[in-house]
Design a binder for this molecule. Structure first.
Ligand code: ATP
Ligand code: MG
Length: 190
């Protein structure tokens, strides 16, 4: 949708619009904002009184500690099975095992039906590198409880997930401070 040249005069036609009990969202692309958008949605869900869970699939060791604390304080169930291993460890088997542990947890949460929003943060890498079973993830999402919404984040989300999603946003990198030699900023990046 592009912005029209003139302010719209007519009300949009919503006569065929419907409500759904849940949605699947994907935040992907090479620009900043994938995880922060997911955490912003967590705030909305908490504000609506929903049970929310977050599962981090990678580089969680120390990275999202601020979000983790505040989310836990808000009653969000937070899991970080993949703790830091990908970048700290060259042992790929171990990374794959951790990703699988994270997926086992995520699957348990999805099938459990306790949560109305589940964030699978940075799951795309585990899917791209085939550390976790793609078909299993797609099936779990397709067969999720009716009122459980799921947000999946990470660059290069695989087509199978894009296909099952209702809303897919690709953050495009126009420019990033990092490229000008600026390190991650407290309060902005973590
Ligand atoms: P954020 O957590 O800030 O929403 P993200 O989830 O979109 O970022 P990730 O790939 O998970 O992006 O990387 C997280 C970190 O990498 C953040 O510090 C973010 O600022 C930084 N980052 C994101 N995109 C880029 C980019 N295009 N170039 C350099 N650094 C980036
Ligand atoms: Mg991220």
């Amino acid at each position: 949708m592009t912005t029209p040249d003139e302010p719209p005069q007519d009300k949009p036609d919503t006569s065929t619009a419907r409500t759904v009990p849940s949605l699947v969202l994907v935040n992907t692309g090479d620009g900043k904002g994938k995880s922060t958008a997911a955490f912003g949605t967590v705030l909305r869900a908490v504000a609506q009184g929903w049970n929310v869970a977050v599962v981090q699939f990678l580089k969680s060791g120390g990275w999202h500690v601020g979000e983790e604390k505040i989310c836990r304080d808000l009653g969000v169930d937070w899991y970080a099975e993949g703790d830091g291993f990908t970048w700290d460890s060259t042992d790929l088997d171990e990374s794959a095992a951790l990703a699988n542990a994270a997926w086992d947890r995520a699957k348990e949460l999805i099938t459990g039906g306790k949560h109305r929003l589940i964030v699978l943060d940075e799951i795309s890498y585990a899917l791209t590198w085939d550390w976790i079973d793609r078909a299993d993830v797609v099936a779990a999402i397709r067969n999720r409880p009716e009122t459980t919404s799921v947000i999946l984040t990470g660059r290069d989300m695989i087509d199978e997930i894009v296909e099952v999603a209702d809303t897919v946003t690709e953050m495009r990198n126009v420019k990033h401070a990092f490229d000008a030699g600026i390190v991650a900023k407290k309060g902005i990046d973590y």
